[in-house]
Design a protein around this ligand. Structure first.
Ligand code: SF4
Length: 323
């Protein structure tokens, strides 16, 4: 190891110790999405995909939730925990997909399709969730759509996830929204084919935010949480990963006997990488940035979130702090 790497390692270790100390002082819990930087994943009390994190946010008894993810995730945690302090270390960590839908456009669409229910992917603002009938994540989208009585569904905002749901729930008419994840859309069919040629034994697992021609090549399609389970149970030794590159860290750490390959170097979400250990320490020290949601919006959004959690959990979510 050269001296620069050594210095960086020491610096990160010192920051980790500082975060542990601050966390104790503030009775805080650190919740980390699977796409975060490796060193941020190291300090997670709870890590996972959007659904796992929504559930964890409901159950925590900490006073402070530090959310290492993007804005809509911290907003969801704030809706579920109105009496707790929710901190987002970097306020600029937005999700471009979530910004592709707003309430005005959604209301217009509702007028166009008055008989349709609105199923809203959690990658959306609190205001949009408040105008929707039920939320979903990439791991429960099919289950949620099946649970809705209406035949017509306006599915917002990710068109690729919407198409994937339509293929699996043919008796519903899914009205797609023109939204997409700018990271997942970078993965091209040819990238996967090239990687398959190099690693013919590898299984290709893909996130449903990928384009349909990419999903057509997948051995398995699932959320990031689903990928961990799939890899653990599969007899395959090699995997091509069709989602954000942050996934590699925990996949490699938890499965040292298996190999993982990214089909392209472009699967990096810039928003997810904004959070650093320095910003996490600063968030706890300076109490920044506190994420709040207007009570009227939070109250309506909570109904959509709660309906989703009821569909995807065995027991009712009595633990949700109510308004
Ligand atoms: Fe949003 Fe895509 Fe980044 Fe996820 S990976 S936060 S959907 S832009």
């Amino acid at each position: 190891m050269n001296s620069i790497q050594d210095k960086e390692k020491k610096y990160l270790e010192a920051l980790k110790k500082k975060i542990q100390r601050l966390k104790k002082q503030r009775n805080a819990v650190i919740i980390v999405h699977n796409y975060q930087r490796d060193e941020v994943q190291d300090i997670a009390d709870i890590s996972g995909d959007s659904l796992a994190l929504s559930r964890a946010a409901v159950r925590t008894d900490a006073d402070v939730i530090v959310f290492c993810g993007v804005y809509f995730m911290a907003e969801t945690a704030a809706i579920l925990n109105p009496k707790k302090t929710v901190l987002l270390p970097v306020i600029e960590s937005g999700c471009p997909l979530a910004d592709m839908v707003n309430t005005d456009k959604l209301l217009e669409k509702r007028k166009q399709y008055p008989k349709a229910a609105v199923v809203c992917y959690v990658n959306s603002s609190a205001a949009v969730k408040a105008q929707s009938d039920i939320c979903c994540t990439s791991s429960n989208a099919i289950e949620v759509v099946k649970s809705v009585a209406n035949k017509q569904i306006i599915f917002i905002p990710d068109k690729n996830l919407g198409r994937y749901v339509q293929a699996n729930v043919p008796d519903k008419e899914i009205i797609l929204w023109e939204g997409f994840c700018p990271t997942h859309i970078r993965l091209q069919e040819q990238d996967v084919l090239n990687m398959k040629t190099q690693h013919p034994e590898a299984e290709f697992i893909a996130h449903p935010e990928c384009q349909p021609q990419v999903l057509a090549l997948a051995d398995h399609i699932c959320s990031t949480g689903g990928m961990f389970k799939y890899v653990k149970n599969s007899t395959a030794k090699e995997f091509i990963i069709g989602t954000e590159s942050g996934m590699l860290y925990k996949l490699r750490r938890d499965n040292p006997d298996k190999n993982f390959f990214m089909p392209t170097l472009h699967l990096v979400c810039p928003s997810m990488k904004l959070t650093t250990l320095g910003w996490v320490a600063h968030a706890l020290e300076a109490n920044e940035h506190v994420i709040t949601v207007q009570p009227e919006i939070a109250k309506k959004a909570l109904i959509s979130i709660k309906k989703m959690l009821e569909v995807s959990e065995e027991s009712p979510v009595a633990a949700i702090a109510g308004y």
